[in-house]
Write a protein of this length. Structure first.
Length: 81
C-alpha cells in the first residue's frame, strides 16, 4: 500500500544518461528509496529495542510502524531538518 509518492524532475541529459545504465528508471528509483527505507527501519528497530532492553522496559509496540512511531515519540530518533 502506497502512503506517499514523490515526483522527481531530472534534466534531459540526466534521463538519457540513466537510459544507458538501467532499462527501467522508475524501477531503479523505487528500489533505491525502498532499500534506503529498509535500512532506516532496521536501524530504528534495533536502536529502539536496545534502548528498551537496556532500560529494563517492556516493548509494547507491535509491528514495524508501531515501533517506528514509538521510537519517534520516545525520542529515540528524530526527523532531520
Amino acid at each position: 500500500m502506497i502512503h506517499t509518492s514523490y515526483t522527481v524532475g531530472i534534466t534531459t541529459a540526466e534521463y538519457k544518461a540513466l537510459q544507458s545504465v538501467t532499462a527501467d528508471q522508475k524501477e531503479w528509483i523505487e528500489n533505491a528509496i525502498q532499500n534506503r527505507a529498509r535500512i532506516a527501519i532496521e536501524s530504528i528497530q534495533s536502536d529502539y529495542t536496545n534502548l528498551k532492553i537496556n532500560k529494563g522496559e517492556a516493548i509494547t509496540a507491535v509491528g514495524t510502524t508501531a515501533i517506528i512511531e514509538a521510537a519517534y515519540a520516545e525520542g529515540v530518533v528524530g526527523i532531520l531538518t
